[in-house]
Design a protein around this ligand. Structure first.
Ligand SMILES: Cc1cc2nc3c(=O)[nH]c(=O)nc-3n(C[C@H](O)[C@H](O)[C@H](O)COP(=O)(O)OP(=O)(O)OC[C@H]3O[C@@H](n4cnc5c(N)ncnc54)[C@H](O)[C@@H]3O)c2cc1C
Length: 165
C-alpha cells in the first residue's frame, strides 16, 4: 500500500498514519486497518470496522463543515473471542468471561450477527453449519515446507481426477 501511494511505510507496506488516519502531506487520503501503521492496535476485524465508521463520520462532518477539526480515532475494546476447537471457545468481555460450549455459542452468534445484511448472515450460517456437520476445514493454512505442500496438492488433484473419471 505504501509503495502504491508513494508514501512512508514499514517493511510490510503498511502506511504510517496520523491519529485521524490520514497520511502525512495528504489530508485527503485515509488508510485504515491492516494497511495502517499508527498507534499500536490489535490486527482484528473490530479495529477495521470501528475505523471505517470513524472515517465515515469524519467525512460527513468535513462535508458539512469544511476545515472542521479532525478528532482522533479512539479504539473501543469490547472484548475478545477465540475458538479452541469444535465446541470450545473463550469470550472475554473484561468484567466477565464465558468459556467452553457457552463461549463457543457466543463466538458463533457474534460472528454471524456482526455480518452486514440478512443475506450474508443466512448464507454464512448455512455454509458454517454444512462445514461443521461434514467436518470440513474452515481455512487451509500453508504451514509446512512448500515442496511437501505441492506434493500433497498434486496427490489431492490426482485423487479428485480419478474420482471424477
Ligand atoms: C486467517 C485469518 C484469521 C483471522 N481471524 C480473525 C478473528 O478471528 N477475529 C478478528 O477480529 N480478526 C481476525 N483476522 C483479522 C481480520 O481479518 C483483519 O484484521 C481485518 O479483516 C482487516 O480488515 P481490512 O479491511 O484491512 O482488510 P480485509 O478484510 O482484507 O479487506 C480488504 C478488501 O479489499 C479488497 N481489495 C484488495 N485489493 C483491492 C483492490 N485493488 N481493489 C478492490 N478491492 C481490493 C480485498 O479483496 C478485501 O475484500 C483474521 C485474519 C486472518 C488472515
Amino acid at each position: 500500500m505504501a509503495k502504491w501511494l508513494g508514501v512512508d511505510g514499514d517493511r510490510a507496506g503498511r502506511v504510517t498514519v496520523y491519529e485521524c488516519l490520514t497520511v502525512a502531506g495528504h489530508p485527503e487520503i485515509f488508510v485504515l486497518a491492516k494497511d495502517a501503521k499508527g498507534k499500536a492496535l490489535p490486527g482484528l476485524a473490530p479495529v477495521a470496522k470501528q475505523q471505517g465508521e470513524y472515517v465515515g463520520k469524519l467525512l460527513t462532518r468535513l462535508r458539512k463543515t469544511p476545515g472542521a477539526k479532525r478528532f482522533a480515532f479512539a479504539y473501543k475494546d469490547y472484548g475478545a473471542l477465540a475458538t479452541i476447537g469444535r465446541k470450545i471457545a473463550i469470550a472475554d468481555f473484561g468484567l466477565f468471561s464465558l468459556r467452553g460450549f457457552v463461549g463457543w455459542l457466543t463466538w458463533s452468534v457474534a460472528h454471524i450477527y456482526f455480518l452486514i445484511g440478512f443475506r450474508n448472515r443466512f448464507s454464512v450460517s448455512l455454509d458454517w453449519t454444512w462445514s461443521y456437520l461434514t467436518f470440513q476445514r474452515g481455512a487451509r493454512l500453508i504451514t509446512g515446507p512448500v515442496d511437501e505442500v505441492r506434493k500433497e496438492a498434486r496427490t489431492d488433484g490426482a485423487a479428485a481426477s480419478r474420482k471424477a473419471a
